[in-house]
Design a protein around this ligand. Structure first.
Ligand code: CA
Length: 284
């Protein structure tokens, strides 16, 4: 999933070398923590979470709860430290505060996304809708709004890990891994690549999952509820606006026009439908 090359631009990476990294701990201790049934289901040992948060009053109780829940925690208090730690420990998930002393969580998100698809959950301030939209467009997977309970964050972490584990399930089983092509758009679950008329289209993981679901049902409406349940989680307690942000991101990347969509049609009050079967012209 993640390439090993490391083409980071100088500024953050250089600062990282001297940045303090709180809570440095040995990577991936053997899975000795008490396991919940979920962990047993995941069955591949302890998961490492990189918590990026500069406020001890938030970071400490959260780290404590997540550790008690069986996760291995790595904590960074700066943007530079976060980028450094992400490259060093290769976490299974990143919890990312946006306001950091030496920069923004968006920079961290952008840097990390250069070579990694690690799930990222943003920790955002209440009412900062714009922040969430930017973060999701930069490839964050989800967000929680401050103030949050450690329990809420833990639930979200588990949901995101469960979802990404499903998305990364090994090939071989079922049609879920067969490439789909509709109206010149081709999606290959094995490589998670999307092309339009042969040209690559860069999409985030959520956009990929969303597109996959829509394309597999091309010609029929997929309800908002089903999209949220399957691409996010049945227990999703965020705004359904997230779905609209992702649809609009996909449209932009596919060169689609929401006023006269060619690929993703809005069925008002119900859901979305990928390019009606039959009536489509040649791919642009
Ligand atoms: Ca902060």
């Amino acid at each position: 999933m993640a390439a090993t090359t490391d083409p980071r631009p100088a500024p953050l990476a250089e600062r990282a070398a001297s940045a303090p990294v709180a809570g440095a701990a040995p990577p991936h201790a053997a899975g000795v923590a008490p396991m919940t049934s979920y962990d047993v289901d995941m069955a591949s040992g302890r998961r490492t979470i990189l918590l990026v948060e500069d406020e001890p009053a938030i970071a400490e109780p959260l780290a404590e709860t997540l550790t008690r829940e069986g996760f291995h925690l790595e904590v960074a208090g700066t943007a530079a430290g976060a980028v450094e730690a992400a490259g060093r420990v290769r976490p299974d998930l990143i919890l990312l505060d946006l306001m950091l002393p030496d920069g923004s969580g968006f920079d961290v998100c952008r840097e990390v996304r250069r070579d990694s698809q690690v799930p990222i959950i943003m920790l955002t301030a209440r009412g900062d809708e714009a922040d969430r939209v930017i973060g999701l467009e930069l490839g964050a997977d989800d967000y929680v709004v401050k103030p949050f309970s450690a329990r809420e964050v833990t639930a979200r972490v588990r949901a995101v890990l469960r979802r990404t584990a499903t998305a990364a399930a090994p090939a071989g089983a079922s049609d879920a891994n067969a490439p789909v092509e509709v109206a010149g758009v081709r999606l290959d679950p094995a490589t998670r690549a999307v092309t339009k008329a042969g040209a690559p289209v860069e999409v985030t993981r959520k956009e990929f999952d969303l597109l996959a679901l829509l394309m597999r049902s091309a010609g029929s409406v997929v309800t908002r509820e089903r999209l949220i349940d399957e691409v996010w989680d049945v227990n999703w307690f965020g705004s359904t606006k997230t779905l609209d942000v992702h649809v609009s991101g996909l449209r932009k990347k596919l060169g689609d026009d929401s006023a006269a969509p060619r690929y993703i049609h809005t069925v008002r009050g119900v859901g979305f439908m990928f390019a009606g079967a039959g009536g489509d012209g040649p791919a642009r």
